[in-house]
Design a protein around this ligand. Structure first.
Ligand SMILES: [Zn+2]
Length: 267
């Protein structure tokens, strides 16, 4: 397999999905917009001009790695309770080069199964890292939470809540800060009045979403294996141009899907 096989045609994946599943009529403005963006992103040889590749699989980590492919008919029944803090407001957006990240102020919290986690930051992956029944969505949002480990020498306990994003209607939450994201890696700007709950789309009740849950790892170094993952079953929508904007800033930054081994996914 030559190295070009690893180039990820992110938008092509999204378009295939939009056209195959999302569009029932011949007129589909989001699809037409996405098609135009893909044509724009092609070089003179017809190949995507992006030089970014999927992060390659590692060889030296354990058996609880993320992301994974979730097979929806092989999940177990579980019982989890999640409640978001009322005042979860983003303070800053940074271009980290490898991702776009919003940091939250102290006092931003989420309660999961009776334990309070501090909400640290939210960032993006293009394309998505978790697969549902083998389907890759064009974007995934990670809300990263942390609480101290049970003992002083234990790693922190993480809670990462993932929202999968498909192409569709413009996303009001993204619209609040998309134009403010610095184009230079390493730069950040302050945000005002950007609230976490705006991330969901109209008709999706953020506090009553349904989730897949499993135990895994961070998907970037050091791949710490003390993460409770919650992947929302409700798929969020964002406009093709919004997803393209994030992808242009951070490149293709999804880690390869990892083996489940003996882990179970509950919901
Ligand atoms: Zn992430």
């Amino acid at each position: 397999m030559d190295s070009r096989s690893f180039v990820v045609p992110t938008l092509a994946i999204g378009i295939a999905f939009s056209i195959g599943i999302g569009c029932t009529s011949k007129s589909c403005p989001p699809c037409e917009e996405a098609t135009a963006l893909v044509e724009e992103a092609k070089g003179s040889d017809g190949e995507p001009v992006s030089g970014h590749h999927y992060t390659l699989p590692g060889l030296d980590h354990g058996l609880l790695q993320s992301p994974v492919n979730i097979l929806s008919d092989e999940t177990e029944a579980g019982k989890h309770h999640i409640r978001f803090g009322e005042a979860n407001e983003a303070e800053e957006v940074a271009n980290l080069g490898t991702t776009v990240e919003l940091s939250f102020g102290r006092g931003s919290t989420t309660e999961f199964d009776g334990k309070v986690y501090e909400l640290l930051q939210l960032h993006f992956h293009t394309p998505a890292e978790h697969l549902i029944d083998g389907i890759t969505y064009p974007m995934e949002v990670h809300l990263v939470h942390r609480r101290p480990g049970p003992a002083a020498f234990d790693p922190p306990a993480y809670l990462v809540l993932a929202l999968l994003v498909r192409m569709g209607a413009s996303n009001a939450f993204l619209a609040e800060f998309l134009d403010a994201i610095p184009t230079q890696p390493g730069e950040a700007v302050e945000l005002h009045d950007v609230f976490l709950r705006d991330v969901s789309r109209p008709g999706v009740d953020f506090d009553n979403m349904h989730y897949y849950h499993y135990r895994g790892s961070l998907t970037t170094p050091p791949y710490t294996e003390s993460v409770d993952w919650l992947i929302a079953k409700e798929i969020v929508e964002a406009g093709p141009a919004q997803i393209q904007r994030i992808n242009l800033l951070e490149g293709d930054n999804a880690r390869h899907v990892q083996a489940l081994y003996s882990r179970e996914i509950d919901e």
